[in-house]
Write a protein that binds this ligand. Structure first.
Ligand SMILES: [Zn+2]
Length: 239
């Protein structure tokens, strides 16, 4: 029996490691997804700023075209000035020319402010692109690490399952059934040491009589409170 108990303790230790490896493995895809999400966010921001810059360049070209037309219009109007016969017509023409000049000046101002906007957009894009490049390096590195973690956990899991199989083969099948039943009911903890008369599974004081028996027993004993398989643990104080 003492041997079974040793095996049960080993089994519980490996079972616990397996459970925590499984939790770790479940967390990895989420971590990868979050990493990818952050990367996508930065990439979309760069794309957004590129679109904005394209938009500004298009607007700038339209203004340049509009100015070109304005200059052409001014030239033609000035040419018509030479053909004018009356003073009234001449005055009207001057007024028209004045209007065209003002309009062209307005367009020139708009072009200048558009160019300033383009400069600012270019600078901002440069900063965002640098951020993205930096994050890409970190992203690739972390992603590689997480993927290697995944395969490390897979390897460890395979080893642990093999170990579990080996240990289980050494344990009496009825005791094993008992272990599995308690483990399922007690959230993975089926075996608990008793130290100084206290079951460390449920932290209850065991009756003194039971403690005496437990120290001598060669049978499987269960805690009367939590039903875990218990064993006397003097932590070297009496051994
Ligand atoms: Zn207990």
């Amino acid at each position: 029996m003492k041997e079974d108990l040793q095996h049960l303790i080993s089994l519980q230790r490996i079972d616990a490691s397996l459970a925590s490896a499984s939790i770790q493995k479940q967390e990895v895809p989420g971590k990868i997804a979050r990493l990818d999400q952050n990367f996508d966010f930065l990439r979309e921001r760069v794309d957004e700023e590129k679109r904005r810059l394209d938009e500004l360049l298009k607007e700038h070209r339209a203004k340049e075209d509009s100015l070109k037309r304005g200059i052409e219009h001014l030239k033609k109007t000035k040419e018509r000035l030479l053909e004018v016969k009356t003073n009234k017509e001449y005055q009207a023409m001057l007024k028209e020319i004045d209007g065209i000049v003002k309009k062209n000046e307005e367009i020139e101002d708009e072009i200048i402010s558009k160019l300033e906007e383009i400069d600012a957009a270019r600078n901002s894009l440069k900063v965002r692109e640098a951020e993205l490049a930096e994050f890409r390096l970190r992203h690739d590195k972390e992603r590689k690490y997480l993927e290697s973690e995944m395969s490390r956990i897979d390897n460890e899991t395979a080893f642990m399952m093999k170990d579990i199989e080996i240990v289980r083969e050494k344990i009496d099948s009825d005791i094993l059934k008992q272990y599995d039943r308690i483990k399922a009911k007690r959230n993975g903890s089926a075996v608990a040491p008793v130290w100084k008369g206290v079951c460390e599974g449920c932290h209850m004081n065991l009756p003194p009589q039971m403690c005496n028996e437990l120290q001598k027993s060669t049978e499987i004993v269960q805690c009367p409170f939590c039903s875990r398989i218990i064993y006397w643990d003097d932590r070297g104080e009496n051994g």
